[in-house]
Design a protein around this ligand. Sequence first.
Ligand SMILES: [Zn+2]
Length: 170
Amino acid sequence: MTRCPVCGAEAFSYTEFLYETPYFGNVVVSTGFCRSCGYRFFDVDYAESGNPTRVIFKAENGEDVSKSLVVRSKTGSIKSPDLGFSLEPGPQAEPFVTTVEGLLYRALDYAESLKALEPESARRVDEFIEEVQRAIDSGGFTLIVEDPLGKSVIIPRRPETVRIEPLGST
Ligand SMILES: [Zn+2]
């Protein structure tokens, strides 16, 4: 435990994870949490970076889905044209690290809450849920991660499932 930068209590735990990635070199993900005031810290950093990037990831099977990681910084957007969802970085955007599977479960949670809010679109939402569940089991979809600061990445189980483009080209 160290001193919390917000409330000053000796209740701040800080962890750094190192990921080796085929395209970005070593990615350092730092997270911190204060047990006293609840302050959370998160940052992503790596050696060669800073350029606007688009990461295109094709999940070809269930293992690609469960064993590839998504690192999203505050400025990253994630979309899947195949599955029909997108996650834009709002002003309250929380950075996160999760598996692709975890990301799809988030989309499912969101769909469930949407169904409660808009019962009239329940049938369409059910179709979406079915499609996402199929995607979790067997892949067969594309994820596109765009970040103007180049801080959001996908760390794939198999390097050949990821392609990186400079953002701004088509
Ligand atoms: Zn604190």
